[in-house]
Design a protein around this ligand. Sequence first.
Ligand code: GLN
Length: 266
Amino acid sequence: MNYKITIYHMYPDAMNLYGDYGNILTLQKRCVWHGVDCKIVNISVGDKAHFEDCDLLFIGGGQDRGQKNIADDLVMRGHKIKEEIDKGMAALTICGGFQLFGKYFKMANGSTLEGIGVFDAWTEAGNKRLVGNIIVDCRKTSSDWVLKSRFQSDETLHTTLVGFENHSGRTYLGPNGKPLGTVIKGYGNVGDGTFEGAVYKNAFGTYLHGSLLPKNPWFADHLILAALKRRYDTHIDLKPLDDSLELEAHEFAKTRAYTAKTDTIK
Ligand code: GLN
């Protein structure tokens, strides 16, 4: 069977920082290698969107200005996006996009951007930017979603994420908020090196730029599997890919994170 998925790329013009577009390229390429048809639909402010046709939504990071430019449009679509996420639509939201999938983002100038509340989370700007390489372990906090991959024998290869963070926002989780993982190296959501990101059903929020997916192939495949499950309502087996190059990049990024100095904010 020739499987197909549709990816909605939200606000590609306004929300794309530190290589985030590389996530779209990775999903596209890995779908080709997996023999899955992948259609990318770009959605900018004011564009018509049919989220019932979307299997995987992606939104990248953005400066405060970029977030301000798209926030009202996103809020208008918020109800439908949440409805589809509750029906299994997958989502990857990065940094500024992640913040607007929480309840609100209170910016450094004191103004507040309303979010769409997919995640039980809220963000408040801090006075020091949190910048640096980061490693996150997804096993301990989100094991119920972590793909028990048949692709790699070594468990850490498909439950650790590496990336780069650069944010003023501190994202706090409410009682129903679930982190993506625990910080092994780096600042994380609130700058104290404890937890990172957020998960709600198949929606994932993270501060990891870089871009994230090229160096974390297991997570890219997890999102493709989730998009296929959303579309065909069954788990579809993907043939394993040769990820030797990707895993070399993953290990190199890990080394850089371990050697970098991070003075976590208490
Ligand atoms: N403007 C937001 C912040 O500074 C998000 C930044 C980003 O997307 N890298 O926290």
